[in-house]
Design a protein around this ligand. Structure first.
Ligand code: FES
Ligand code: FE2
Length: 416
């Protein structure tokens, strides 16, 4: 199929509930909207930590997940029984934060630095120092407060609702589960992690990842020519899917140019891409496309660059191939015009004694950093335009249908 075969397609029109009019920027600028979003979205839905169960393989391994919009700090840990659990990172004596490192291992127990209370890996209070000095110690409720944790394909999600209305599988929905069930997430390892605190609202950050229109314009320096289609210059996507509150997109890439011309325009990129996994590697050619998970490169195009998967509200996966993907975690900050972004790249394991795979992995760090800087640069100015009151509404074209859909999903939650 060619992109020009999609000439009359208007994905937005297939979903009349989305409308075609200008989009309000209320969610991007209103502190009241921000508070409703906190209560109805971030306190009630499944939030991706962006991290995987294989990152805490041993009993006592833990990581901390801070959720600024709700002021929560959560510790996710693996107990002696192998189960991954979540607890509020709160000592039950006077509320002191229990662990301070983002990642670590506690040897068998969590011990509070303040007065030494201790907790087992499954959250039970096992020591109140000087217990006989407390009054009515039998009435003290001292076990750690659990947080709902659930796992999809190795990815750890949390839900701040003490009794989530749906399991994670129900929340993701059958269609999404079926599309990505066969993707071998577990065969990769995390190779880099970037984080930034941005002076922009969370929807501005979200939109910067869901945009299918900007690729060949904003990224023309870091990914030259990859996304230009002579076939139909106003097409970027092979496919968009709305998956209930979630969504996906599959995008054109000029693989012929990547594999042939690139050696002329960017010889280092070309070499790295042929030797290992980079954003330009012709991964579509490495594994027969009919062996791929149904959701990745769903049109089985030879000229495929990457796919998006957006899991509402805060997870965005960019599939670069059958064994390479990026996970973005997009979180609101403490106020409506701050947010934090974390991007982690997962690829084939790098062997310490294999210089080639180490080099291509290093190359990937810098090329992704350049791409993300381009994305990040757009966000702060956009927020200023919004907060100043000068910029009042957004006009979205058809290739921005995922933004329109995400905006409607958010409004549906907030106005429920
Ligand atoms: S606050 Fe943790 S032991 Fe006192
Ligand atoms: Fe981008």
């Amino acid at each position: 199929m060619k992109l020009s075969d999609l000439k009359n397609a208007r994905w937005t029109l297939d979903h009349p509930e989305l409308g075609t009019g200008p989009v309000s920027i209320e969610p991007y600028r209103s502190p009241e909207y921000f508070q409703k979003m906190r209560d109805k979205v971030f306190k009630q839905t499944w939030i991706s930590t962006g991290k995987r169960v294989d990152e805490i393989p041993n009993a006592g391994d833990y990581f901390v997940e801070n959720i600024d919009i709700t002021s929560n700090s959560i510790v996710i840990t693996r107990a002696l029984d192998g189960v991954v659990r979540g607890f509020h990172n709160v000592c039950l004596h006077r509320g002191t934060q229990l662990v301070f490192q983002n990642y670590g291992n506690v040897r068998g127990r969590f011990t509070c630095i303040y007065h030494g209370w201790s907790y087992s890996l499954d959250g039970k209070n096992i020591l109140k120092t000087e217990q006989d000095m407390f009054f009515h110690p039998e009435t003290i409720e001292a076990d750690l407060i659990p947080v709902a944790v659930d796992v999809w394909k190795g990815f750890i999600f949390v839900n701040l609702d003490p009794k989530p209305a749906e399991s994670l599988r129900e929340y993701l929905g059958e269609e999404l589960l079926g599309l990505y069930d066969a993707y071998p997430f577990e065969q990769t390892t995390v190779q880099l992690s970037y984080r930034a605190d941005l002076e922009c609202s969370w929807p501005v950050l979200r939109d910067s990842q869901l945009d299918g229109y900007h690729l060949k314009y904003l990224h023309k320096r870091s990914a030259p020519g990859f996304m230009e289609s002579g076939d139909d210059p106003s097409r970027h996507a092979w496919d968009f899917k709305l998956l209930g509150r979630h969504s996906s997109g599959s995008f054109f890439g000029n693989r012929a140019r990547i594999s042939a011309d690139l050696s002329k325009v960017a010889p280092v990129t070309s070499l790295a891409s042929r030797l290992g996994q980079t954003i330009a590697t012709n991964t579509a050619a490495n594994v027969p496309v009919d062996k791929w998970a149904k959701g990745v490169n769903p049109t089985r195009s030879e000229n495929w660059f990457f796919d998006y998967l957006y899991i509402f509200p805060n997870m965005h996966v960019v599939f670069l191939g059958q064994s390479a993907y990026i996970v973005h975690k997009m979180m609101p900050g403490k106020a409506h015009n701050t947010s934090s972004w974390n991007a982690r790249y997962f690829g084939p394991p790098v062997q310490a004694d294999d210089l080639v795979s180490k080099w291509t992995s290093e190359y990937m760090k810098y090329s992704l950093r350049d791409l993300w800087r381009e994305d990040g640069n757009t966000t702060i100015g956009a927020q200023r335009s919004i907060d100043s009151g000068v910029f009042r509404r957004m006009y979205l074209q058809d290739q921005e249908v995922l933004i329109r859909h995400a905006d409607k999903t958010l409004n549906d939650y907030v106005n429920f």
